[in-house]
Design a protein around this ligand. Sequence first.
Ligand SMILES: [Mg+2]
Length: 238
Amino acid sequence: MKPAVAIEVITFDLDNTLWDVDPALLRAEQVQREWLLQHRPGAIDAYDHEGLWEFKKSVWKRHPQLLHNVSQMRIQMLYELQLAAGYAEQESRSGAEKAFDAFLQERHKVVLYEEALGVLEQLAGRYTLGALTNGNADIYKTDAGEYFDFAFLAEDIGASKPHPDMFHAALERSGVEPAQIIHVGDNPEHDIQGAREVGLRTVWMNSQDTEWPGGERADREIANLRQLPGAIASLDTP
Ligand SMILES: [Mg+2]
């Protein structure tokens, strides 16, 4: 048996782990739509939710190289929407940037779970905290930013969880052994399977009381962040 090592680092997924992402995403989509309606009439007016989704999927198909960059992918979609409506290339480019800025500003207005700040403060007193997200949320734009020592976005790394590069970035940054990191996240594949395969310890955040989809389970499971310090303590065997 390998000797037990003490936990040094806790890495967090962000969306649906520290906050519900849907309210912020819905508002951000709305703000983006309003920007286009006002500044690029005709670009989005004809699309309902379903139609826009189909358009989005067609952009994904044509630009697989952008799959790990949700920001660039959205800008490309906004650009093509305007081109398709007859706007000139330059106008479509600048419109895509501005509509995206409007989106992102709203996207960052996430509401942390009410227990999150207290739990993060408690953990930050003892562990190094990091963020690993496939989305474009910026932890440093939230009230929780002060507790985080590092944050990696998939679009910076060039790969999305469960790809090992995301977890390797945390290992390199913190200079510890894989078993000294606990990764906390809500997605069984991206967060739990991905972290396990690199040798990290794992906590599954299952706030929606969903069924485990199969495969190796996380080391611990929690339904609320309040349970996290206890779960971590039970894995931390110096
Ligand atoms: Mg998540």
